[in-house]
Design a protein around this ligand. Structure first.
Ligand code: 9Z3
Length: 329
């Protein structure tokens, strides 16, 4: 049996964990998509979105998961499209998607948009269906944007489920996207598991309960941002997210990530305030060595004043501005 490393570097990870079966097909569709977008001179953003699962068995019955619904990614993708970017939307299967997200949530189920209109008395025609008048304008707006993106062919959707699918797909897509050089943006909003169970340590069949309590030792997922920034993406504009539940460590950890990986921006968010407050953490370009090396700018919205506002609108506008400025440097 092959020996497994005690801690997985990214390289060791890809040498020992098998690729998902759909990887080649996904790479082909990314290539075709990028060819088209380049012909139209588009900037392209890769948006990752949703949580990743960690299967505990090869014939998987149980898995570890996280809270992410994919709201950040799906919402941001819409604003990137609006800003003229083409979008590769790489998301967890069944998490929220751009446009349909407005109606798939349990607080706004799409069946509540519809009315049944009975035919006049005596008619044999079947009942027809119409849109509730109070919901029409909003639906029309979403539908128009959705149809125009479909027509323009500016969004490609890719799917992952497990952490392994995610890592393989992220590497493959990043490598493809790197042909755009500085015109590519990477917006890593997916909530990625920090731990995984290597295939070689997994039980083949459903773990049995007869032996009492369950002890599983998981390995650390390799810090994928390192090769991503240093090798796969070449000159791209890389934006990662840092999620914490403890305010005290949020900004220091975002700064540490920026220092370690050397990418463009870390967007720091606290779990419970993520829908109305995030911090952009970035390097300062100060020549004075005694000056702070990092700065942060907070983006906040007031949901009481404007309940319809989405913080992703301001996040994306700010990134588009920074990407443009960086391209001009
Ligand atoms: C985020 O921090 C996203 O903003 C959220 C969005 C996952 C909080 P929702 O999907 O939530 O709208 O419900 N994503 C990145 C989290 C992450 O896994 N970051 C890694 C880390 O913190 C580094 S890439 O170490």
């Amino acid at each position: 049996m092959e020996t497994l490393p005690t801690t997985f570097s990214a390289e060791a990870y890809f040498q020992t964990q098998p690729p998902p079966p759909t990887i080649e097909q996904d790479v082909q569709s990314v290539r075709g998509f990028l060819k088209q977008q380049r012909e139209h001179g588009k900037k392209v953003v890769l948006v990752t979105s949703g949580g990743t699962t960690v299967p505990l068995e090869l014939n998987v019955v149980r898995f570890l998961d996280n809270f992410s619904a994919g709201t950040r990614g799906a919402t941001s993708a819409e604003y990137f499209l609006k800003a003229g970017y083409a979008v590769i939307f790489m998301h967890r299967q069944f998490s929220l998607q751009p446009f349909s997200r407005h109606y798939s949530h349990s607080t706004n189920p799409f069946l509540d948009l519809l009315e049944i209109d009975d035919p006049p008395d005596g008619s044999t025609a079947p009942p027809s269906i119409s849109v509730t008048s109070s919901k029409r304008d909003h639906l029309l707006g979403v539908l128009k944007s959705y149809k125009s993106v479909q027509k323009a062919g500016t969004m490609l959707t890719l799917t992952f489920v497990t952490i392994n699918d995610y890592l393989w797909l992220l590497r493959a897509v990043s490598q493809e996207l790197s042909v755009l050089g500085k015109d590519a943006m990477y917006y890593l909003a997916a909530a990625v598991s920090d731990f995984f169970l290597p295939r070689q340590k997994m039980s083949v069949h459903k773990i049995q309960s007869g032996k009492g309590s369950l002890h599983i030792e998981m390995d650390q997922v390799p810090k994928i941002l390192k090769p991503m920034v240093a090798e796969w993406t070449r000159q791209g504009f890389v934006v990662s997210f840092k999620l914490e539940t403890d305010d005290g460590i949020l900004i220091p950890k975002a700064q540490a990530a920026l220092e370690r990986y050397g990418h463009s921006v870390v967007i720091a968010n606290e779990l419970h305030r993520r829908k109305f407050e995030v911090a952009f953490v970035y390097r300062t370009h100060d020549a004075d060595p005694s000056a702070p090396r990092f700065a942060e700018t907070w983006v906040r919205i007031d949901l009481e004043k404007d309940p319809e506002k989405e913080v992703e609108e301001d996040i994306v506008n700010e990134l588009v501005r920074r990407h443009k400025q960086w391209l001009e440097m």
